[in-house]
Write a protein that binds this ligand. Sequence first.
Ligand SMILES: [Zn+2]
Length: 237
Amino acid sequence: MWKHLRHTHADRQERAMRLIDLSHPVDPGMPVWPGTPQPSFADISTIRRDGFAERQLCFSSHTGTHIDAASHIIEGGASLDRTSLDRFFGKGALVDLRDVGCPVIDADLLQQSASLSDETEFLLLHTGWSRFWGSDAYNSGFPVLSAEAARWLAASGLKGIGIDAPSFDEAASHHYPVHRIVLEAGIILIENLTALHLLDHCGFFLSVFPLSITGAEACPVRAVAILPPAHLSQQTI
Ligand SMILES: [Zn+2]
């Protein structure tokens, strides 16, 4: 009887949800946006000296993989702590833009490439740019959205849009039109994603919960994709 009830390790693995980390590690040596301070970690207590370890972590709210709230760009816009928790979790879809060959993703291209169902809550733009993470090339010339594409997305009813590049607006932009259009529509932005190639052809859920920081206009997140168990992977979720 017991034999019947117990699953083998392989069985369990086959049936377990698969979790994929889409975040860059936060580290003092990590790449940051020009002008953003480098993260620093300092020991407050150590196990050897104090019997326990505690560190002070110092970094910008836009460090590494992070989300932007409306209050990042819009005066009086909602901060992350005043955004409903359900806006940070939902069904995701990936759009493959790796072969675009031009730095601006326009509305036509996006509409042709993205298949959004009524159930899609997060759209992740897979540009392939995360391959430059850690090199000087990362923070300039990355793919961005046109204002037209941003307007189309703003009308989509999505909860969030993510990209594997440092921003949705050009590095030299001062008015941040894409941020403004999308954030005004109540959609959060997820920047500096990685490992999006692991999501190709899979249905997934996305989790991007921020810390509960008062007035947060942005926050680093552990972006995680949740894929169905291997034995269901052929089915869509
Ligand atoms: Zn940001």
